[in-house]
Design a binder for this molecule. Structure first.
Ligand code: BES
Ligand code: MN
Ligand code: ZN
Length: 487
């Protein structure tokens, strides 16, 4: 979908369809009010009404979309409203659409433009790659949306530009999560990174294969990956290395392309959606795309340890002791707690960039779903200023997150009697002990762990801009964080 911004009045030109927003407790603008019974459209959030003006307006069709009370319109409401609109418009198979940008709302033009573009792109998202023989009315996509602004079009255009980049970045993460696991084995996931680097030349990509991982001592990635016929990979995506005097941020993402549990095999039900266990890496791909697309003044390094966790005669076992890249030893007590094992190598590797912050994403624990449901990601951090900045970005992007503590008591719980750490600490505080385990591999660097196990995937979409399956959670949040980094 192409999204453009122009100055003018959406009701004046002969569009196939114009979208006009309505507000609770307000009458519709003059020519529109006469076209519909006021009781039929009250302007409440996400309410819609389709009107055929029959010459009373230049537009052939008018889609009214409610934004609630004007004074309380925020970015999230606009994101939802534009997502609602695009879904309805698509069923009408209209190729070119105008959206009348709302005036006099409480947020500024750039924030509103960004939310509008995000809503359009996320609302239109579908994963149809493997459906065949679909009728064209079911595959129809709106080719172009023109956002028509009566006020300051420049601010709105800048916001739309940013929102388009962030929306596309989120859709990239969704595509990767939705991709079937046989088509995104670690070597194929690495190919996706190379392809991203080709699309965005400001991102350079390096891939370590299994031989290099073994030779350099990536013991965690090798251990988890060795049960699979698809060998593991370590993917490095780097943006902004040539920029002077900019902070370095490392992003680390769990790239478990399929988590069967290994020898501690999961139940059928528990395994069904485990292609999403690379959701953390998908978020890293998405944020890298966004950082490059926005041209942010930062040095950003994306690190993805990627493996497939499978049971076989070559699998790692409960009882094994794994020496991670850091030299620290890990007692394996459950092969299904594999995420922290591969991440230990990647987090240690991140230290060589001497980053101002390490932000790591992973679908790490089922326990986080018990704690926060599918509503919010969990944040754990060794640095409260970093946690606060991420929580603030979670609020403004509405890519929700909530903090859990990393107190000393939790670090005690992951110590092993016969190795430095153990990969299982029992059911109590399962998400936090996983975070405490990870924090043992970051040295003194400011570190934040985002457990996205509850948010990376939705069986039942909750908002108009969600679709079943991958959500791209973490992309809006961390992109928002990086855009404001240091300010
Ligand atoms: N990938 C899973 C966590 C997960 C669960 C993600 C549900 C998304 C939805 C992780 O590797 C795992 O299996 N965790 C175990 C850890 C346990 C063995 C300590 C869990 O949460 O049960
Ligand atoms: Mn697991
Ligand atoms: Zn896993």
């Amino acid at each position: 979908m192409n999204i453009v911004v122009q100055s003018g009045d959406a009701l004046h030109d002969p569009w196939e369809l114009a979208v006009v927003f309505g507000f609770v407790n307000e009458s519709l603008p003059d020519p529109v009010a006469g076209l519909i019974e006021s009781a039929d459209f009250t302007g409440k959030a996400n309410q819609t009404a389709l009107v055929y003006p029959k010459g009373a307006l230049a537009a052939k069709r008018l889609l009214l979309v409610g934004l609630g009370e004007r004074a309380s319109v925020d970015a999230e409401r606009l994101r939802q409203a534009t997502a609602t609109a695009i879904r309805q418009i698509r069923t009408l198979q209209v190729a070119d659409v105008a959206v009348g940008f709302p005036d006099d709302i409480a947020i500024d033009g750039a924030a509103a433009g960004q939310a509008t573009a995000e809503g359009l792109l996320l609302g239109a998202y579908r994963y149809l790659l493997h459906r065949t023989g679909m009728p064209t009315d079911e595959t129809f996509e709106v080719a172009s949306v023109t956002i028509v602004v009566s006020g300051d079009a420049a601010a709105v255009a800048a916001g739309v530009e940013a929102g388009s980049v962030i929306g596309r970045a989120t859709c990239l993460a969704r595509d990767l999560v939705n991709c079937p696991p046989d088509r995104k084995t670690p070597p194929l996931l690495a190919d996706e990174a190379v392809a991203l680097g080709e699309r965005m030349p400001s991102i350079s990509v390096t891939v370590f294969d299994e031989n290099r991982l073994a030779a350099e001592g990536f013991g965690g990635i090798i251990a988890v990956g060795k049960g699979s016929d698809s060998p593991p990979r370590f993917i490095i995506m780097e943006y902004g290395a040539q920029l002077k005097d900019v902070p370095t941020i490392c992003l680390v993402g769990k790239g478990l392309t399929f988590d069967s549990g290994g020898l501690n095999i999961k139940t059928a039900e528990g395994m069904e959606t485990m292609k999403n266990d690379m959701g953390g890496s998908a978020a890293v791909f998405g944020v890298m795309h966004a950082v490059a697309g926005l041209g942010l003044p930062l040095h950003v390094v994306g690190l993805v340890p990627s493996a497939e966790n499978m049971p076989s005669g070559r699998s790692y076992r409960p009882g094994d002791i794994v020496t991670s890249l850091s030299g620290k030893t890990i007692e394996i007590l459950n092969t299904d707690a594999e995420g922290r094992v591969i991440l230990s190598d990647a987090l240690h590797y991140a230290q060589r960039y001497e980053p101002a912050a390490i932000i790591e994403f992973s679908t790490l624990t089922g326990a986080v779903i018990i704690a926060l449901g599918n509503v919010a990601s969990a944040v754990m951090a060794t640095d409260q200023a970093l946690a606060d900045a991420l929580l603030a970005a979670a609020v403004s992007s509405n890519d929700r997150a909530w903090q859990l503590p990393l107190w000393e008591e939790y670090h005690e719980m992951v110590k092993s009697d016969i190795a430095d750490l153990k990969n299982l600490a029992g059911r109590a505080a399962g998400s936090i002990t996983a975070g405490a385990f990870l924090s043992a591999f970051v040295g003194d660097y400011a570190f934040a762990h985002l457990d996205i196990a509850g948010t990376a995937w939705l069986d039942a979409p909750k908002k108009p801009y969600h679709s079943k399956g991958g959500t791209g959670s973490g992309v809006r949040l961390v992109t928002e964080f990086l855009r404001h980094y240091g300010n």
